[in-house]
Design a protein around this ligand. Sequence first.
Ligand SMILES: [Zn+2]
Length: 323
Amino acid sequence: MKLNCNVIKDLLPLYADQICSEESRGLVEEHLAECQDCTVLLRRMKNEEVENSLETETVDVLHRQAAFFKRKSAVIGAAIAGVFMIPVLVCLIVNLATGAALDWFFIVLTSLLTASSLSIVPLMIPDHKVLWTLGTFTASLLLLFGVICIYTHGTWFFLVSATVLFGLSVCFLPFAVYAQPLKEMLGQYKGLTVMVVDTFLYFLMMFVIGAYVKVPVFWHLAPKISFPCLILVWFVFLLIRYVNCNGFLKAGICTMLIGVYGFFANYLVNRWIGVERSIPAFHPFVWNVETVDGNIRWLALIGCCAAGIVLMVRGIVGGTREK
Ligand SMILES: [Zn+2]
């Protein structure tokens, strides 16, 4: 009995997997002996199968590897935690034995908590490592400041905490927003979130500094010094992130703007807060103690403007060429 190719094609997967009946196998083999097309099809089917099984095996190996490292990290984390417990216990005993209140013991405890947040937490927490590490580090650091502040009867807790929070946020928030689940939650607002949080923490820090130094003139000076900087930073951010134009053009505008800002900001802010300050003179051929500051500022201004113009021209020329 001659079977046509379509029937054989239906049977081939079963034949390749060796799960068809004895009769079907006989028919398929009989057909394959005469049909080149179906033989090629079978060969291709078998190759695909090998590829698929290789892929599954690779994924399997990777999973096993990941599980192995997870177990290993947990063991190392637990060992470090055990080592950290030794000084805690020793300090507790000594602190109690010397009859003192449990004061400096808490300093040791919170210091070790801070160390743990950077060593044990990333090893032992299975998911969202980055956020957990940064979160517990920040919290334990603030706790450490609090304990030391109480121990030394200081009044600087809020001052130090607000300043450190701002610094940590500037350094680490740009990385934290790329860690899950923040990355998914924030979507396309990652950059904006970083800017808003940093700006808020900046104002918080300035407010706390103002409240701490208790000098009335601070409230008059701080905004006038802060706003020009913040406006520049926000302008650069909005330009780079949201304006849809050539990257060279953006880079050129930013370079030029920063150069101009660096040159005039000091002068303008000083004028604004009522300090007389003149724009420095440029003596490119006279370099001494009096001229060096002005000369460097002028060279920086000229350099930034030149680099900015080159980048902008490149952007405009490149942009029209692309069109
Ligand atoms: Zn055939």
